[in-house]
Design a protein around this ligand. Sequence first.
Ligand SMILES: Nc1nc2c(ncn2[C@@H]2O[C@H](COP(=O)(O)OP(=O)(O)OP(=O)(O)O)[C@@H](O)[C@H]2O)c(=O)[nH]1
Ligand SMILES: [Mg+2]
Length: 382
Amino acid sequence: MRIYWLTSSLKLLNCNKNILRPTGVHRNLSATVQTNGENTQVTPPPPVIETVENNNKNPQQQRALHIAVIGVPNVGKSTFINNIINHKVCPTSAKVHTTRKANTAILTTGQTQLVFYDTPGLVTQNEIRKHHLEQSFKSAYRHAIQHADIIAVMQDASNSWTRKELHPTVLDTLKAYAQLPSFLVLNKVDALKSKRVLLDLIKTLTNDTLNGKRPSKKADLPSREEQATAGHPLNKRETSWNHFSDVFLVSSITGSGLQELQDYLISAAKPRGWRYAANVYTDEKPESLIVESVRARLLDYLPQEIPYNLKCELEYYNVEKHVVYTSVVVQCPTPRIERLICGESNGKLRQITERVTSDLVEMFGQAVSLTISTISGGKKKA
Ligand SMILES: Nc1nc2c(ncn2[C@@H]2O[C@H](COP(=O)(O)OP(=O)(O)OP(=O)(O)O)[C@@H](O)[C@H]2O)c(=O)[nH]1
Ligand SMILES: [Mg+2]
């Protein structure tokens, strides 16, 4: 098992700027404009990114690795993926449950294509019920893992309440897919006052299997009976995993440690044809990225549970002369909540709109004209 320390602060961002030219989300799908309930097909927008220079067009020489990134809500999975591919394709927010379905993010460099599956935070059935989450929450990460060659388990190293234990949902997932290799990513190390806790944390989470004496196959996992006779009471909750092949310490925000992780994944890639063209960063539809970006910023700007009860819908989407024109409607359950979103003289809504617009400009690499309107009790307010 290897551990990767923080040695390469911000290297990734600098390095990738050379590999990937200024970019946006590639889309070759025909856009659908919805106006007054009618669907009109419009010409697909031109690709908005420059093609990454790729000298390796021969599929025989291509390599690829598909990585499922899993972890409990808010550990930084989406931020990590955006920064490791050096491109914003996954909406993020400071609140939990920002990602609601599996998103794909792609990095193609040299001969290798890395495909990351961003997943919703792992939740129990009880949490799904309690927070009115869609059942797709569970199926989304299953879908991601089923398509993955390797699992990245992300843990928030800065959270002193949760960092010492792998959540039961994470362990259940690892057990269910024990045939897949996995590695541990301790994220948010920038937020730690002292890095001294990290070594203990690694020992705890890996069950001190750093000395290389760990079993590597599912068949090697001890049975419940063996655990009991080995002095592990059956009712003792498991909180660690013996089978991580590596541990990485990263800060997805500063980029620290991401270059090593990228190199590791590139070296683990298998000889295999690429699933996506070299100039594609996501297979997500732009319409869906727009709605998810609005939703993510509403989570940031509105207090407590309020944003979770809002419904966002795309009203219009079109690309003309390299400008994305789009509008999103936010359905509010009550006029009071609508007033809260709009703020005095619509100041808050304007702020949210500006913030989402700059997110979308970053995503698409194109000018964006966005309108967000609110609706409550059937009355619309732009
Ligand atoms: N300090 C610090 N904050 C981070 C880091 N990575 C992510 N965050 C913050 O953590 C919060 C959650 O980030 P996300 O990327 O949305 O987390 P997530 O795991 O995708 O969350 P869900 O989609 O809700 O499961 C955001 O406020 C991020 O800015 C990091 O390395 N350091
Ligand atoms: Mg997320």
